[in-house]
Design a protein around this ligand. Sequence first.
Ligand SMILES: Nc1ncnc2c1ncn2[C@@H]1O[C@H](COP(=O)(O)OP(=O)(O)OP(=O)(O)O)[C@@H](O)[C@H]1O
Length: 921
Amino acid sequence: MYVRGTVAGEVEVRTVSTSYGESDLAEVPLRLEDDDSESEDASDQQPEYETTTVTLWNKWTESAKYVEPGMELLVTNAKEEEYQGETRYATTGDSYVVVEPTFLVNVTAIRNWVECPRLYYLNKLSGVPLNYPVVKGTLVHEVFGDLLRGRDLEESIDARVEERGLELGLLGETAEGVAEDVRENASAIEGWLEQGRLTEDDTETTTDDDSTQFSPAESSWRSEQLLISETFGIRGRADAVRRGSPVELKTGKNLKKEPRFKDKVQAACYALMLEEHGGSVDTGTLLYTKNSALDRNEETGDLTPAKDFSMGDGLLKFVVRLRNELAAMEIKGDVPTGYEGSAKCEYCFEQDTCMVVSGRLDQESKAGQIGQPIPADEREYFERFYRAIEEERREVHHEYAKLWEQDAQERADDDRALIDLEFVEKRPLEEGRWELRAKRTSGANSKIREGDFVLASDGHPVRGNSELATIERLDDEVVLTADEPVEVTRLDVYPSELTTDRLLAAMHDALLKGSDRRKDILFGRADPEFDTVSETFIDNNAAQNEAVTKAVGANDCALIHGPPGTGKTYTIARAIRAMVERGERVLLSAFTNRAVDNALEALLEQLEEHGEIDADRVVRVGSESGVREDMQPYRLERAGEPEDRVETLQNAQVVAATTATCGSRVMKEQAFDVALVDEAAQLTEPGTCAAINLAERFVLVGDHEQLPPVVRAENDLTESLFERLVNCHPDAGVMLDRQYRMNQRIQAFASREFYDGKLRPAEPAVAGRTLDDLEDVSRDALPENLQDSVAFVDVEGDSSQYTDSEEAARIADLIETYEAAGVERDDIGVIAPFRAQVSEISSHVPDDVTVDTVDRFQGSSQEVIIVSFTATGTLEGPIFEDYRRINVALTRPKRALVLVGDSNALATDPVYARLLEWANA
Ligand SMILES: Nc1ncnc2c1ncn2[C@@H]1O[C@H](COP(=O)(O)OP(=O)(O)OP(=O)(O)O)[C@@H](O)[C@H]1O
């Protein structure tokens, strides 16, 4: 049986004499998890939990040593015991003990940890840099996967090397040289597969097409299997699985008979997960691809590339204990010193880095320290943000847990899954991958978008057959590409730690690699300096001109505060043009792809008008699905001849990419004179650092009165660097105060409430905008209350918390009314606070009316905006969470704004009360 609960007190470890001799045991007081958490009164009352004692025997006492009150503990195959009238539990010979099972540890992290816990920590801090061994390793893995899927070796090598043209170019490698290296490694794989075929007969002949090639049989081989364990709190991707057993590929040599211990540990992690999913694993295989390439005269030892080992119970348990040690340390927020393990520092390749990091952060380390620590306030900052980023990581883990904690319908209702798909077909693609098609049986909403990486499964993303797949098309039908032919009936959002990893690396780089001057600015120890620039850049808008002047003249940084519609994009484009004219290399970045493309478009327009640079010197870095159609010609193709690819990037004077992409290995190799970051108020501090780390000076553009950074946890990440610096260095900032969007009456409330009344229409034509300006629209055809540009429609509403069908119905009527007056449907937008209400309204109104949450409307505008407040009774539930959201909603329309809600409910809040007064005026 499973015993699971929260540790309720101190854990005692002692030694006792038993009939088998001396044994260690640990007694853990555990508050058991309630099995019927669905019980009716669960929401009001803290259910009574039962506290019991669980005895962990022998080696499991090692894990008990890390356990602290409050941590979660899971014991499998436990036995029940009666002790003085009380039910207790104890481990058996078949038990596993898992500390914090919802803390999902990556298999590579466990592998690093067993090598040295400090190495694990260092890798986490700095990420994996761009270097040849890493890229070559990836290539060999890709070719291995291709071979397993039956692709021709030479074809695979050529294609894979070409795909990585850009990275190889940055490393100064040639395609031929790399192909040769990969071939050397791959021949070992091919030879071994060939041998396997002869002896094991786990292949079948494919007779389709005109080829009579052998290919590994679907049933016995599988390449790249994604595994997630809900029991052991481990996840990872096995390189391959053969007859249910893990096969790991290592692009190195190993002349011993046995696989390396850390490699065995890695394979054992996969074995644990395969067993959890119903398999029975008794061997693991490590494939050392360098072995067969060695000259037999030079080397002695065991030259066979493939080394099998038997997967013993002891090893599997050891692996779980390692994982427990790591998870417990992370939960406690401790930093490993290296003393936890037995690695010898003098043999470690990372010794120097280790000592430098330890010295700079003044951390205890087995390797010792070198150099002076960074100042105390920077160390405090490091610790604070490290903790915040780790909290964010925990939230990603909770997203994973929802894959099994929520049922399919709950996931669908949460917009995290598309369920009930009808599988249509699987089609092999040329490269050995598969195209999968499925029909949607409902028009349900979800967060899943074209280009996304998702978990495609035949029913359950963790327990069923599932695979990572890319969404190629998403309409009535879903078209996916994947490595394995899953008969997909369900898609789940794939939670990724990539963003978290990159935040950590960006923070690390800012503090440990940033210049002293940069850090003086970031920590408020020095004031930003500006050169005098006398040129006039924009002659019809003084604030914009000042902003460009500051951006161009800044030695350190400039901050442009741009309320809605004030020409941020235009100003950015003008500033970049001026920088380019001065011969500077510029990074153009933003939180979203959309903002990057908008700014790029505005820049290209300006450059074209002034014939200043040829468009070849502008490069957009991003994925094919991320970059807007009309910007595709500027997108940097990664595949190709290495030298040519790298030249295209290095020659670019303007490089445009999202801040997330700025944290990629390729972008981290780039250097710029200046980084200009749009949507900076929506970025966390480390998120902003990812971009500004790459440049000598920086310009941030944003509006901290609109949406804050998107983070899952409530902590230091919720305030943007932009906002902090605006307060810390007011002289470096300029506020754009003339808006080109809203008619006078619409902007009045937002200006007064959020911008000290400073926001004004840029021109009389803007101030006097009405629906009458639109072709074939007459306001006279509207009922009187809608003739004004701002109207309030009072709806009592229903009592549901996240939806309001009465409001939805009234909104559908309003849309009809506007249509009757000549307004086009696609000129109308509807904003609601919750996704549930978005769905509700969508089901009432025609498809071509955009209905969405505030988040999706940020950065765009519309002729008519209707806002659904979805609140009745008291305003206890968060309607728009915070006022910044309502600011965004109110500042989207150009000509008409209609607020729909329950006036009695709204009047209970002072800001909404003022809003009502304005709307009803
Ligand atoms: N100085 C200017 N003179 C004339 N038109 C301008 C000027 N500045 C901006 N505009 C116009 O105002 C409109 C809004 O500008 P832009 O798109 O740059 O705004 P924004 O601040 O980026 O908007 P958002 O708040 O949506 O991010 C555009 O049509 C732009 O051409």
